[in-house]
Design a protein around this ligand. Structure first.
Ligand code: HEM
Length: 181
């Protein structure tokens, strides 16, 4: 069984032999990337906005999923909790995508040659797919959720999986700076 570091090194090798190096160098030659590289405030401002959006997205997602798990928020029905917090989650995810893309354009080689960056993006795609499935379920079960005191077992499993996925993305985001490239 390969270790996590061995998996990262293997992915790094795979990235080096893919069209990604060329694409990242091309992005780095574009006027916007050159401008952000020349203005030292651009990256710290984007990273700070990225961290603020992480806080808004993760906390609003936690409020919903802990309510499904029956841990906190009992004063409000499940339906009411979803209506109140889900728009925040989607808006903050939008902000994460915009600031995240900005960080990629600012430092394309640092990000795109990093296996941890791609692992994180795969987890983000998984989270968005799970989020859409959840939203469809919320619409379909609006009536029963209006009075529900928490989710049925499959929903609780889904809620726990979403919380773990969020934590995984946050770890992966921070480890981009430390992963072997
Ligand atoms: C669920 C959504 C996301 C979460 C929870 C998340 C979380 C994080 C975290 C915790 C960091 C480290 C921040 C720091 O220590 O300064 C980070 C950095 C970063 N994120 Fe995200 N992120 C998300 C979405 C995205 C998306 C969609 C992109 C790209 C399109 C992206 C691109 C980046 C980049 C490029 C960095 C900087 C890494 C570095 O150079 O050290 N993120 N993110």
């Amino acid at each position: 069984m390969p270790s996590f570091i061995e998996v990262l090194l293997y992915l790094g090798e795979w990235i080096r032999n893919s069209p990604v190096p060329e694409l990242s160098l091309w992005i780095g030659d574009q006027p916007l990337s050159l401008w952000m590289g020349a203005n030292f405030l651009a990256i710290p401002i984007l990273q700070s906005l990225h961290i603020l959006a992480i806080a808004a997205a993760f906390v609003s997602a936690l409020m919903i999923n802990l309510r499904i798990l029956g841990i906190g928020g009992e004063g409000q029905s499940l339906g009411r909790t979803v209506t109140r917090y889900l728009p925040w989650t989607w808006a903050a995810l939008g902000m994460l995508t915009i600031t995240g893309l900005g960080l990629v354009i600012a430092e394309p080689v640092r990000e795109m040659m990093n296996p941890m960056f791609w692992i994180k993006l795969a987890l983000v795609v998984g989270l968005i797919v799970l989020g859409i499935v959840f939203q469809i379920a919320a619409r379909r079960n609006e009536g029963s959720w209006a009075t529900a005191d928490g989710g049925a077992l499959p929903m609780r499993a889904g809620a726990a999986a979403i919380i773990v996925l969020w934590c995984g993305i946050i770890f992966a985001g921070r480890w981009i700076a430390y992963a072997p490239v």
